[in-house]
Each structure stands twice: as structure tokens, then as C-alpha cells.
Design a protein around this ligand. Structure first.
Ligand SMILES: [Zn+2]
Length: 436
């Protein structure tokens, strides 16, 4: 009997990471779960808060990857964001299940191991914990949708088409904007409820050339459609388009604006201001379903969540450097035929990632004081090998150098130092290639 009691005592102290149940964990339980996971898997996870909600709850992000604490050159950054509308709770549950799935299968499951070795995955299970705590278990009402200040967080970002920049930013939105400024995310999705469909940019329009036949069409529309279909066709029902009564979406996808225009949304901000392609996933007809429905919702979404993450390896990646092997920050990387509202640029490590479907593309790289570089590239389907094709660009100085613009970026932070080491090696490889 004593042994049994001791066993029960020990079992009750096992980290909750060992047995994540299909139920709604409140904010305190979720925080404990994330801490337990981080303790159980310290080498492949890193837990940090990107800010606080209006009521002071931490916005916890768990990072998963072979090197979870820092960016590594060539390793793309991916993110999932859940529970932006506090009463749309399935995403929050599924992201915790996803964390459980990924951590428990690393080094035993080939797909998971390849995924975490080749990308860095950031998961924010709840962007609106205050809303979650105030919501009621109801399918369609809006109690808990907004943050504590009564603001819809998916209308509170600086709009990319309108000048609403004087609007006051909520703490949760500011935390996301700061996050986007500290990590160079490549691909993202934010999880909602109340429908079953994958929605993609643009959500808004200023009635310019982007407005085509009722849709607001982004320059990377082909990539967005591929991303949305990747989710819908890997989902049990989404691709059928009629999962919820009263609505139909061809292939289970929609252009955001065509569905309904909205201003100040998160996905347009990600795409235009942070060069991160993000889609909005509506993953349950009922916003707050019975707990008994959660296992089936996980099974329906699991293959889609995994397949979508792999798409972070679409297209082309690389660094831009000068002939001395210095990384060049803010070099403009343009792909012919894609007139992005904000051109894609190299980040603080001199790196770029450009999600593209397989095909042939003409790249032009420009930076003040250097000759424009144009190259045509053949792009394979990167997800197959868990890597986008690598293309580094070597810029030559122009003969007449304006003194103020020719200085390449030298940085003292550790990421840049590490990247510089990689660059030196890359430069050697390029020099050899140029010789041969
Ligand atoms: Zn929503």
C-alpha cells in the first residue's frame, strides 16, 4: 500500500508535459505546461515572453529547433500564432498539442527531426490571453473576442493601404510588431475559428491595380494560393469547402478581401511590413467547441499543420556580400514581375529568404554604391529536401563611390559575428567557384 501511495505521489509530480490532455488549459496551466516542456526538452526548446497583455499576462512563445536560442544562417524562422480572438480557442489547444507532438518525436520521427533540424519554429499559443479568460463556452457569440480594452486585435495593426498609423496600438499588437522586428520570419499562420477555410492576403485594398475581380491580389498571389491549398488539402475536410453549413469556399481557400475586406489586419502587416508570408486559418465551425470534440479537431488539422510548416523551405535563400566578404544589410532583392509594396531586403545578417514556387526567376539585387546584379535562377521544390535552394549574391562596387553609402554593414552582435564566420567560408567557396 505504501508503495502504491508513493507511486501516486511521484506520478502527480511528473511534468504535465508527459500527458497533455485534450481540454482547455487556462493561462496558469498553459504557462506551467510550457515551462515543463522547456524543462523536459531543454536542448530543443527555448521559452520566452514577447510582452504582456493589458492585464499583465505573459505572451509566451516556445521556440523549437536544433538551435532554439539563436538564429543560424540558412535556417528559416517559422511561426504559428493562436487565440488572437480570445473566444476562438481551438488554435490554442492545437498549438499545445503540436508542441507535444514535435518535442516527443524529435530524433525518433524522421519528418519531425528533419523539420526541427532545418527550421526554427516559434509558437505563440495565445496572443490574447485576457480575452480567453473572459470568454464563454459558446459557438458563435463574441464574448472574449476582444482584448481587455475592447479592441479587436486583428484590426489594430498599421494598415498597409490606409494611413491609420495614429490609431493607438494595443499592448498585444505592439508585442507582435516588436517580435517581427527582432526575428526575420519567413512563413507564418494565425489560427482562428468560426469557419473552416484558409484565407490569404490581401485583406484590404485602396482600389488600385491590386483589385481584380473582387479580390485584392498580392504580387505573390501564386505562392499564397499554394500555401492556402497546402493547408486545405492536407486537412481532412477543409478542401471540400463546405465544412460549415451556410458557406462554401472553392478548395477551402479564399482571398481575404474577397471574403470580406478588413483594415488593420495582422496578415497584411506580416507580408508587407515584415516580408513574412502569413495566412489566416479558420479551423472550426464552432469557436469554442465541447472538449470531447478536440481529439477529432487535432486529427483533422495535424497533417495540415505539419505540411504547412514544411513550406518554409520554398524558393530561394542566401546572403548578399561585397567582394571583401562583408555581409550587406538592406540590399534590395527583387524578383521580376513581382512589384511588392515594400521590396524584400536582406536582414541584419545580410540574409534573405524568398518563397517562390518551382520555376525560373530573374533576380535583381541592388544596394547604393554597388553595381546592380541580375541573375536568372532555376528554383526547385525545396520542401522535398527540407531546404530552399541557396543563392548567394556577390556585389561589386561601382567605380565612382559616393562616400556616404559605400560602407557595408559591420555589426558587433553575436548573430552577425557568427554570420560573418559563415560568410568568410561562403566567400572562399564562391572564389573557388569563380576560378573553376
Ligand atoms: Zn478570429
Amino acid at each position: 500500500m505504501m508503495v502504491f501511495v508513493a507511486y501516486l505521489f511521484l506520478w502527480s509530480w511528473l511534468p504535465s508535459a508527459q500527458c497533455l490532455s485534450f481540454r482547455y488549459h487556462d493561462s496558469v496551466e498553459m504557462e506551467q505546461y510550457l515551462k515543463d516542456i522547456n524543462t523536459t526538452y531543454p536542448t530543443i526548446t527555448h521559452l520566452h515572453s514577447i510582452g504582456q497583455s493589458v492585464q499583465g499576462r505573459e505572451l509566451w512563445v516556445l521556440i523549437l529547433g536544433q538551435h532554439p536560442r539563436e538564429h543560424r544562417t540558412g535556417i528559416p524562422e517559422f511561426k504559428y500564432v493562436g487565440n488572437m480572438h480570445g473566444n476562438e480557442v481551438v488554435g490554442r489547444v492545437l498549438l499545445l498539442q503540436l508542441i507535444d507532438y514535435l518535442t516527443s518525436r524529435y530524433l525518433t520521427d524522421s519528418f519531425v527531426t528533419h523539420l526541427l533540424n532545418s527550421s526554427r519554429v516559434h509558437i505563440l499559443p495565445s496572443m490574447n490571453p485576457d480575452g480567453f479568460e473572459s470568454s464563454t463556452r459558446d459557438c458563435m457569440n463574441i464574448v472574449g473576442r476582444y482584448n481587455k480594452n475592447g479592441v479587436d486585435l486583428n484590426r489594430n495593426f498599421p494598415d498597409v493601404f490606409e494611413m491609420n498609423n495614429k490609431q493607438q496600438r494595443e499592448k498585444e499588437v505592439t508585442a507582435i510588431i516588436d517580435w517581427l522586428n527582432t526575428e526575420t520570419f519567413v512563413l507564418s499562420a494565425n489560427l482562428h475559428g468560426g469557419a473552416v477555410v484558409a484565407s490569404y492576403s490581401y485583406d484590404n485594398s485602396n482600389s488600385g491595380s491590386e483589385l481584380q475581380g473582387g479580390s485584392s491580389v498580392a504580387p505573390d498571389n501564386d505562392v499564397f494560393i499554394h500555401l492556402a491549398k497546402t493547408y486545405s488539402f492536407n486537412h481532412t475536410d477543409m478542401h471540400k469547402g463546405n465544412a460549415c453549413s451556410g458557406s462554401y469556399f472553392l478548395d477551402g481557400i479564399t482571398n481575404g478581401y474577397q471574403w470580406y475586406p478588413l483594415s488593420g489586419g495582422m496578415q497584411d502587416y506580416n507580408y508587407v511590413r515584415a516580408q513574412c508570408l502569413e495566412i489566416t486559418l479558420e479551423i472550426s465551425c464552432c469557436k469554442y467547441p465541447q472538449e470531447s470534440e478536440l481529439p477529432a479537431l487535432w486529427e483533422a488539422n495535424k497533417p495540415a499543420l505539419l505540411a504547412y510548416m514544411k513550406q518554409v523551405h520554398l524558393g530561394v535563400k542566401g546572403v548578399v556580400m561585397d567582394t571583401n566578404g562583408n555581409l550587406v544589410q538592406n540590399a534590395v532583392i527583387e524578383v521580376a514581375g513581382r512589384n511588392n509594396l515594400n521590396p524584400f531586403r536582406t536582414d541584419r545578417n545580410g540574409e534573405y529568404y524568398r518563397l517562390l514556387l518551382p520555376g525560373t526567376y530573374t533576380f535583381t539585387v541592388t544596394y547604393p554604391g554597388y553595381q546592380a546584379l541580375t541573375q536568372t535562377l532555376s528554383v526547385p521544390y525545396g520542401p522535398e529536401t527540407f531546404s530552399a535552394v541557396t543563392q548567394n549574391f556577390l556585389l561589386q562596387t561601382t567605380t565612382q563611390l559616393p562616400a556616404s553609402t559605400t560602407e557595408p554593414v559591420h555589426k558587433n552582435n553575436s548573430a552577425a559575428l557568427m554570420a560573418n564566420t559563415v560568410t568568410a567560408l561562403t566567400a572562399l567557396v564562391i572564389q573557388r567557384l569563380l576560378r573553376s
